[in-house]
Design a protein around this ligand. Structure first.
Ligand SMILES: Nc1ncnc2c1ncn2[C@@H]1O[C@H](COP(=O)(O)OP(=O)(O)OP(=O)(O)O)[C@@H](O)[C@H]1O
Ligand SMILES: [Mg+2]
Length: 206
């Protein structure tokens, strides 16, 4: 079992001279969970993107270590799963084609066969796997983001608005995923919902 550790030191973010947040510090090791809370516009999604490595901080340091070794940007992709309203799917391609593309970007196509089918089934998308994403409902798109995020069994799972657009069955699947993730790995949840924030042992308020 790999030992994963995240530490953020004095993270600040400025957009066009507007300070969004400053000097955010936290750290956690697996098993661990952190909620990111705060008002609309406080910077929850921004911080989630910085942790996921899709946006840089203006200052401060974010370190992800696996067995004591710092992960570079490339290695991060293979250890992080990210579900976010800002994640774009390729509308003209099917779910399977989107999965193949993302796996290639992540350079982890080896996990395709045995991981993807059970995940698509778990999220009730298996029957619709060859449909173009433009024909998906918003809840189906959200479910597909979970399939991407979980396909490589990430050590760090980052969820921004985890249950957006999901029905009760979808929410139940996400709650089970969250329970499993917290048990052995790291979970980070950015949310406005206090019940979702309560999934996590610790919280950061922006
Ligand atoms: N690309 C960008 N360029 C300029 N400003 C941005 C950009 N992205 C976000 N912001 C600003 O950063 C601030 C934080 O936005 P963010 O989306 O992180 O907030 P949030 O806490 O996730 O809000 P919500 O609860 O509405 O999801 C807002 O003032 C927003 O306008
Ligand atoms: Mg947000």
């Amino acid at each position: 079992m790999n030992h994963i550790h995240i530490s953020a030191r004095n993270i600040s973010k400025t957009f066009n001279r507007r300070q969004i947040f400053s000097d955010i510090s936290f750290s956690t090791s697996a098993p661990g969970s952190i909620a990111i809370t705060g008002k609309n516009g406080a910077g929850k999604s921004t911080l989630a993107k910085i942790i996921a490595g899709v946006l840089s901080s203006t200052s401060g340091e974010l370190l992800i270590e696996l067995d004591g070794k710092k992960l570079d940007d490339e290695a991060r992709k293979t250890h992080i799963g990210f579900v976010s309203p800002y994640l774009n799917l390729y509308d003209e391609f099917s779910a399977m084609e989107n999965l193949f593309l993302l796996m290639r970007i992540r350079s982890s196509h080896d996990c395709m066969d045995h991981e993807i089918e059970p995940l698509l089934k778990r999220f009730s998308l298996w029957e619709r796997r060859d449909d173009a994403i433009r024909a998906y409902s918003t809840g189906m798109k959200q479910r597909l983001k979970y399939v991407f995020a979980l396909a490589h069994s990430p050590s760090v799972l980052i969820l921004d608005e985890p249950t957006a657009n999901l029905d009760n069955d979808g929410i139940k699947v996400v709650e089970d995923v969250v329970t499993e993730q917290k048990r052995s790995s790291i979970l980070i949840v950015a949310t406005n919902d206090s019940a979702e924030a309560a999934w996590c042992e610790e919280s950061i308020r922006l």
